[in-house]
Structures are given as structure tokens and as C-alpha cells.
Design a protein around this ligand. Structure first.
Ligand code: 13P
Length: 272
């Protein structure tokens, strides 16, 4: 069932759990993620970066791929087709036009005024299509943590559906121990009624994930961890099967590893 993010994130917030957001990179990953989430009865947000969209052929191809797999695999859980880190209003509009059910506008590197202006434009367009909108304030990955007063103003003026705050996570591999500001996260969650979402979820241990969820996070984004376990499994397969040449066998040698991470994340995120 293809849906926007709203219902599942609002429900998650109420139940104090988090929905997994897994990034997709190709047909196979999309299939593995859908199958495993369905087997574990978990809603899922499929995040697609602009790079992945380009790699996979374009927004229409991605949206149609997810819709077709959802139908042919008979997926019963709610599935969201989400643009991850949309860098412009135009990109968000294109994703909406081509069937994405959720978009993130990431204008976090612009001034607050410009971020509000761009985000408002996306919200106004998305509303007509019942597409949910996520936006970022502060900048994830550096020391520009989200300011609470700015966040209150940002949410009020833009009317977004969910907010990605900067609370100390980073994208990619952590070079040192994550320095999470749980207090800031709790404060944001108290002062802002919409769901808060966490980028840079890979590399956080289960305890840290439980802490951020307790502090109000309703969605956790995971990409790097899937990439690492998949590539390790494929490298091992190729070392052990030097004469392999069938791409289906090579690519799917990472399937079990990806599915195991998905299963584990669902079990951590879906209980409180
Ligand atoms: P990771 O790099 O931690 O997997 O984060 C993914 C993410 O936040 C995508 O938006």
C-alpha cells in the first residue's frame, strides 16, 4: 500500500516508536527492503537521494518501480516513496509530479529566511497532491545544531509535516563517537507538535537509538549500514567464487546481510 508519511509518522509519535527509512539504490535493494519489512509487518519509508534517482534512471522510473514491486510482491504494509535531501523546489516538484508520495526539501545550507521561503513553496505545491513534506533546520553533520526558537518559527511559518533537526548525527561512517544532544531533541519534541526525524542513523548503537526515540524521534534514516554489510558480503562471495559472472548471483549474495540489518533495525525501532 503506497501512502504518504503523515499517517505512519503521527501514529509512530503517539506510540513513541520510530519508522525505518531505508535508502534504495537499485531494483534489488528495493525488493529486499519491501520483502523484509512486509515479513516483519513494518511500515517503511523508501528514501531516494538525487544521486540514486539519477543512477536508477529518473523520478518516474523510481516511482513506477516501487509501485510495481509493491503490487507484484503483494506488499501489505504501508510504503512511502520519499525524495531524500531534495536540493531545490524544482526537484521536489518533479518528484511529486512523477508519483513520489513524500519529499524532503533540504535548504539547510541557506539562510533561515531563504530556507523558509523555499520550504513554503514546496509545501504549497505538495498540499495539492497530498504529498508530505520534510525539511531540515540547522545542518546535519556539522556543529550547526538546530536552534529551538528558530525551529518553532520554521515549523509555524512553513507548515511542514516533519522536521529533520541537527542534533549531532552525521551521514556516512562516524569518524569518532557520535555526540548526540538528547536534551535538545527532547526540548524540540516538547515544543514542536510535528514528528521529528533523524538523519545519519547508521552507526548508532541500539542504546543510542532507544534514547533518541525516547526523546521524540519518529523516523530513523539508514543507508550507510546497508551499503557496508552488502558490499562486505559481495566481496566475500567474489573472493570465494572467483569464477562467478552471473550478476544476479553476485548482487544477491548481499541479500541476506541487508535483510538481517533491516530485521534488527525494525525490532529496535518498533518497540519502546
Ligand atoms: P546514514 O549515512 O547514517 O545511513 O544516513 C542516511 C541518511 O540520513 C539519509 O538521509
Amino acid at each position: 500500500m503506497i501512502v504518504n508519511s503523515n499517517d505512519i509518522l503521527i501514529k509512530a509519535k503517539k506510540n513513541k516508536i520510530a519508522i525505518p527509512h531505508f535508502n534504495i539504490n537499485n531494483l534489488e535493494w528495493t525488493k529486499y527492503i519491501l520483502e523484509e519489512c512486509n515479513n516483519n509487518n513494518s511500515p517503511v519509508i523508501l528514501g531516494v537521494s538525487e544521486g540514486a534517482i539519477k543512477y536508477m534512471g529518473g523520478t518516474k522510473t523510481v516511482a513506477n518501480l516501487v509501485k510495481s514491486l509493491d503490487e507484484e510482491l503483494k506488499i501489505k504494509v504501508p510504503v512511502v516513496i520519499h525524495l531524500d535531501h531534495g536540493s531545490s523546489v524544482e526537484m521536489c516538484k518533479q518528484a511529486i509530479d512523477d508519483g513520489f508520495t513524500s519529499v524532503m526539501i533540504d535548504a539547510s545550507l541557506y539562510s533561515l529566511e531563504e530556507n523558509i521561503k523555499m520550504t513554503k513553496k514546496v509545501v504549497e505545491y505538495a498540499e495539492k497532491y497530498s504529498v508530505s513534506v520534510e525539511a531540515e533546520l540547522g545542518h546535519i553533520g556539522d556543529t550547526n545544531y538546530t536552534d529551538v526558537d528558530e525551529a518553532i518559527r520554521f515549523v509555524k511559518e512553513t507548515n511542514i509535516d516533519s522536521l529533520a533537526p541537527a542534533i549531532g548525527t552525521v551521514h556516512g561512517v562516524y569518524k569518532s563517537k557520535p555526540n548526540l544532544d538528547i536534551e535538545l531533541c527532547s526540548k524540540l519534541s516538547k515544543d514542536i507538535s510535528i514528528p521529528l526525524v533523524l538523519h545519519g542513523g547508521s552507526g548508532l548503537d541500539n542504546l543510542a537509538l532507544k534514547k533518541v526515540i525516547k526523546a521524540g524521534i519518529c523516523k530513523v534514516n539508514i543507508n550507510t549500514e546497508l551499503q557496508i554489510v552488502w558490499s562486505n558480503a559481495v566481496k566475500k562471495f567474489l573472493l570465494e567464487n572467483g569464477t562467478a559472472y552471473d550478476p544476479r548471483k553476485i548482487i544477491s549474495s548481499g541479500e541476506k546481510a541487508i535483510k538481517k540489518v533491516i530485521r534488527n533495525k525494525i525490532s529496535v525501532l518498533s518497540s519502546n
